[in-house]
Write a protein that binds this ligand. Structure first.
Ligand code: NAD
Length: 251
């Protein structure tokens, strides 16, 4: 991020994990940042924190109104919030889990982006947080993988629809990232060391990514340094998707 670029930024799902790291990075570089999450995000310097659900029209309205009233516009929208709770295969995923995954991971980015666009001047950017699981399928995870694949093509559609307004739209596709929740689930497995190694071995670099590494990529894609990049999904996966053999293994 250039030092003279101090954007007005809205990050969803910013109470923890990757979203928190994205908000912290922007805030640390002087951006005005609005954090929206189901759980009220902890205070952050020069940031506004809102509790709300990205699937709620009222909560979307409140976030957009706040950005408009406080800042008079918005330069960056990061659609990061996701529902990851609907595991299951084609044959057994519950209808409500499938629907919630689509609502949070695909429909909410569309609706929030649509609501934010009138506030976004030419030169603004949207970054959608997808997943390697949107680039490839995974057994017993039909809802999440389908929603993330949808988000990747929504990114392309939004790129085409918003290019005439001078707004760029890109996505990132992280591999396994060492968030609090991922490390907690590794710690709670029957053999934490082996489970962690299994995750690490999915990546050519043989390690987990960090939330800060994803935040750096999101910040770059949102910034004027990426002014000619739009409509792409950038894997940030330590080489996981470089090999069809790794991509075929369960994440
Ligand atoms: N952690 C990983 O390994 C990984 C890998 C690939 C992609 N991702 C993607 O990165 C993004 C962040 O993941 P994470 O691992 O940091 O997740 P996380 O579960 O640690 O944090 C997600 C945050 O989103 C919030 N949230 C969930 N539903 C919401 C809603 N309806 N409205 C508002 N806020 C909501 C949660 O309260 C939480 O604070 C997600 O889009 C996820 O799919 C994560």
């Amino acid at each position: 991020m250039t030092t003279d670029w101090t954007p007005r930024v809205l990050v969803t799902g910013a109470a923890q994990g990757i979203g928190r790291a994205i908000a912290e990075l922007f805030a640390s570089r002087g951006a005005r940042t609005l954090l929206l999450d189901l759980n009220l995000p902890a205070p952050l310097e020069k940031a506004l924190c809102l509790q709300g659900d990205v699937t709620s029209a009222a909560d979307i309205g409140r976030a957009v109104q706040t950005a408009g009233e406080q800042w008079g516009g918005l330069d960056v929208l990061v659609n990061n919030a996701a529902y990851q709770g609907a595991s299951g295969s084609l044959m057994d995923v519950p209808d409500d889990g499938w629907q919630r995954a689509l609502d949070v991971n695909l429909t909410a980015p569309l609706r929030l982006s649509r609501a934010c666009v009138p506030l976004m001047p030419p030169g603004s950017a949207v970054v959608n947080v997808a997943s390697v699981q949107g680039l490839f399928a995974e057994q017993n995870n039909v809802a999440y993988t389908s929603s993330k694949a949808g988000l990747i093509n929504l990114t392309r559609s939004m790129c085409l629809d918003l290019a005439p307004r001078g707004i760029r739209v890109n996505a990132v596709a992280p591999g396994a990232i060492a968030t609090e929740d991922l490390l907690k689930s590794v710690g709670e497995s029957s053999n934490p060391e082996q489970t962690r190694r299994d995750y690490e071995d999915l990546h050519a670099l043989r390690r987990l990514g960090t939330p800060q590494e994803v935040a750096e990529l999101v910040s770059f894609l949102a910034s004027p340094a990426a002014a000619f990049i739009t409509g792409v999904t950038v894997p940030i996966d330590g080489g996981m998707t470089a090999s069809f053999m790794m991509a075929g293994r369960p994440v």
